[in-house]
Design a protein around this ligand. Sequence first.
Ligand code: IMP
Ligand code: MG
Length: 178
Amino acid sequence: MMKSEETIKGKILFTQEQIWERAKEMGDEISRDYEGEELIVIGTLKGAIIWMSDILKNLTLDTKIDFISASSYGSGTTSSGVVKITKDIHMDLFNRNVLIIEDIIDTGTTLKFLKDYIAERNPKSVKICTLLDKPSRRKADVQGDYIGFTVDDLFVIGYGLDYDQKFRNLPYISYLEG
Ligand code: IMP
Ligand code: MG
């Protein structure tokens, strides 16, 4: 159930119910697209975990899951484009269908790196499923194949997304007014 007004952090953009409904639609779409095939679902730590669980519960495919974590280094608000893997995938991806689950595509720097990194393992296919897309800030040439919601250039929190590592547990997506 929704928390009372006083405890809500910021302005709500998407409720848990709206996100779950979208996950059902996207889970159906993904299940149709990969019908009869196995899918390796790779979550990007830490932001994607809550959304990943919603998507997984709506897949009717044979799936295996794994996680990857990457940090991108930059100064201030500008990303240098230097990305480092801090937790690697342990599964064999050769000739497998891989679906990367991401929380948000912002500049796209991290995801472009991850997609290329995974492609080096010669999977059968690599697609991206993101909860949120912020296309106005894109710098890298990468896009989501399955997109939950498109958002304006706002800093959003909750449902896995953090501000200084906090608020990942909020059962909704909101933004902090500055
Ligand atoms: P990118 O490499 O610029 O696309 O950065 C992607 C990562 O930045 C995401 O996986 C998030 O962890 C983080 N990020 C980007 N925008 C937001 C936001 O609005 N709220 C919280 N985290 C964000
Ligand atoms: Mg993140």
